[in-house]
Design a protein around this ligand. Structure first.
Ligand code: IPE
Ligand code: IPE
Ligand code: MG
Length: 247
């Protein structure tokens, strides 16, 4: 068994049993701000800082994939001012990614539907993806205008098209074929799902990929979630008995 030598990482974490893919529903920014008498936007700003720290830490620990829920297909229902603020924040995040994650070796990808995003945002996503494509560290999927159902509808359409074109027989549709059509094609399933803020629901996040994920619901709001909380989640994860239907 290998243990961390770094002082700030608790040596009770088993390095040989890290989750390969962590999903994070970064929730509670608004309530965090409200509690402090601040506008919701201040919570989102603090949340973005939290994200930088957590991704850096996950990468340092040797986690291979992290998917963070930044904006859902349902979040358009929010007031326009909040939506605009979130989009600007995400834009800044992408622009600064080179600087803020410099030397961190993070490979950034955006998952979700691009159709509703501004041209400017789409261009920036492509730029950041290209810029970080050859990084060898953690793969960070930013779920931006992401919905698990939308993802499955897309996958279904794509396979149906192949069937209609006579390129695929219905009998040949397998789990692997469906997986191949997801935004996370070629990535492992989510092993550990963390949701902050005390809510215990998926809110349309990675419906397919979390089938056997261990779920951890943390009471803290996302801006309060610290690297040591990530360590704690991983410790809890390592204490769980994953059976995948076996005994
Ligand atoms: C999560 O925080 C961030 C996004 C959904 C974009 P919320 O904005 O949902 O914060 P709460 O849940 O209202 O406190
Ligand atoms: C889920 O949080 C979406 C993100 C974290 C981006 P929400 O705050 O939108 O989810 P609900 O509305 O509480 O289910
Ligand atoms: Mg919320």
């Amino acid at each position: 068994m290998m243990f961390f030598k770094r002082k700030n990482i608790d040596n009770s974490i088993d390095m040989s049993n890290l989750p390969e893919h962590i999903g994070v529903i970064m929730d509670g920014n608004g309530r965090w701000a409200k509690k402090r008498g601040l506008p919701r936007s201040a919570g989102h700003k603090a949340g973005a800082e939290s994200l930088k720290k957590i991704v850096t830490e996950a990468n340092n620990m040797g986690i291979k994939y992290i998917t963070v829920y930044a904006f859902s297909t349902e979040n358009w229902k929010r007031p326009k001012a909040e939506v605009d603020y979130l989009m600007n924040l995400l834009m800044d995040y992408l622009i600064n990614a080179e600087k803020t994650l410099a030397g961190e070796n993070v490979r950034i990808r955006a998952i979700g539907s691009r159709a509703e995003l501004s041209d400017e945002m789409c261009r920036q996503i492509e730029k950041t993806e290209k810029l970080t494509a050859d990084r060898s560290g953690i793969v960070m999927n930013i779920a931006l205008n992401y919905g698990g159902r939308e993802e499955l509808v897309n996958a279904t359409r794509s396979l149906c098209r192949a069937v209609a074109d006579g390129k695929l027989a219905p009998e040949d549709i397998t789990e692997e074929k469906i997986e191949g059509e997801l935004y996370t094609a070629n990535q492992p399933d989510v092993d550990l799902l963390i949701r902050t803020s005390g809510e215990q629901r998926l809110s349309n996040f990675m419906l397919w990929q979390v089938s056997y994920a261990e779920m951890i619901f943390v009471k803290k709001a996302w801006p309060d979630f610290k690297p040591r909380d990530l360590h704690e989640c991983i410790r809890i994860y390592q204490g769980r008995g994953r059976r995948f239907g076996g005994i």
